[in-house]
Design a protein around this ligand. Structure first.
Ligand code: ATP
Length: 366
């Protein structure tokens, strides 16, 4: 059975003065999906969320929630739950009163308020703080309460604007797990704004990558990581080694490339169209490179010799900087796979597979 569409953006555009900050934004979000808006500062994430929330009106296009056109409908009539970067709890109210606030406004009966507030405090695992005031809670606890307050009115849509940004690394991870659990348990359609790619990969069913107000790609985390639609998407998500070169030969589904450092490599062609002699930018991710002390690859294709410049042990993995001609290539080795200790000055061989090479031209094709 196909799921219903909860949110639909049709050709949405927003300008501030002469500047178009959101352009031709089209998106359909299914019931129960968690979709992230991901992109660098200023790309239009918050502006788009604010239009969905009803804080801003689009200059063009239609916004639909559960099939109803929402342009011009005030925010409080859109049945939304919202959580922002800052905690925004009322300091003079207890946690119970904070969470109950939206229900009181809706004139829900007292007994029902108590039942629902207690249930939601259980759900965010903070039933014991009901009588405390916000200042008596930690940052992470306050943000859980903000989430509880957003959910208690049983909204049809949950909007989260960088809700984890003010927390330290450990808490951030904890609350990220918690959000994922809650979102899946309640099955609430969620839009999550973030500039943190790992958070987006972790939490979302689909990610919308934005740059300068334009949608660069909409896809599952797997698609975004493994089939980036542009050089921007590839480099924004995760670390990647960049090399310049040219296409020496197109061979069916593969490309033979020559880097500026002089070595050749074979890459999958994917959907791109490339001409012989065309200048290209070549990427390979640090975790997709093999590192050995001896030659391992057949015919020397996709294997180059280099010298270890530096190693950094980072717990789950080690990063090695390897000098290959004019390039310094980062290689990431999982600690569990690491048989050999690499040391500075050591000669090594790097290898990679054609499917792990991403090739982009000035036209932006991968
Ligand atoms: P951040 O992660 O920094 O919050 P963002 O992707 O959410 O960035 P927006 O806040 O949506 O970006 O801003 C998009 C662009 O619109 C930016 O260039 C910003 O300066 C501009 N902008 C946002 N609000 C206004 C406004 N009220 N008046 C004029 N320009 C604005």
């Amino acid at each position: 059975m196909t799921k219903s569409i909860d949110v639909e953006l049709v050709n949405i555009q927003k300008k501030f003065g002469p500047n178009v900050v959101v352009d031709s934004f089209n998106l359909q979000i299914e019931q129960g999906e968690c979709v992230s808006f991901l992109g660098p500062s200023g790309c239009g994430k918050t502006t788009t969320l604010n239009m969905i929330a009803g804080f801003l009106e689009p200059d063009q296009g239609d916004l639909l929630i559960k099939g109803k056109r929402m342009n011009g409908v005030p925010s409080n009539k859109r049945e939304l739950g919202m959580v922002f970067q800052t905690y925004s709890l009322f300091p003079h109210m207890t946690i119970f009163e904070n969470v109950a606030y939206g229900l009181k406004l809706r004139k829900v009966a007292k007994v029902e308020i108590t039942r629902r507030v207690n249930a939601i405090l259980e759900l965010v695992k903070l039933p014991h703080v009901a009588e405390r005031y916000p200042k008596q809670l930690s940052g992470g606890q306050r943000q859980r309460i903000a989430i509880a307050r957003a959910l208690v009115t049983e909204p049809s849509l949950l909007l989260l604007d960088e809700p984890l940004s003010n927390l330290d690394a450990k808490l951030r991870e904890e609350l990220r797990d918690e959000l994922k659990r809650l979102q899946q348990e309640i099955g609430i359609t969620t839009i999550f704004v973030t500039h943190d790619q790992e958070e987006a990969l972790y939490l979302s069913n689909r990610i919308v990558v934005l740059d300068h107000g334009k949608v660069e790609q909409i896809g599952t985390p797997w698609d975004i990581y493994n089939r980036p639609a542009s050089e921007f998407v590839h480099t924004f998500i995760g670390k990647s080694n960049r090399m310049q070169g040219m296409v020496e030969e197109t061979k069916g589904d593969t490309l033979l490339l020559r880097t500026d450092a002089g070595f050749t490599l074979l890459a999958d062609r994917r959907d791109g169209s490339f001409g012989n002699g065309e200048k290209v930018t070549i990427y390979v991710r640090p975790e997709k490179i093999g590192l050995n002390t001896e030659e391992v690859v057949m015919d020397g294709i996709n294997q180059v010799k280099g010298t270890v410049k530096q190693t950094s042990f980072l717990g789950a993995y080690t990063e090695c900087e390897v000098e290959v001609g004019l390039y310094s290539i980062t290689v990431r080795i999982q600690t569990v796979q690491q048989m050999i200790q690499f040391s500075q000055g050591q000669s090594v061989y790097l290898d990679w597979k054609p499917e792990d090479i991403f090739v982009f031209t000035g036209k932006g094709q991968g």
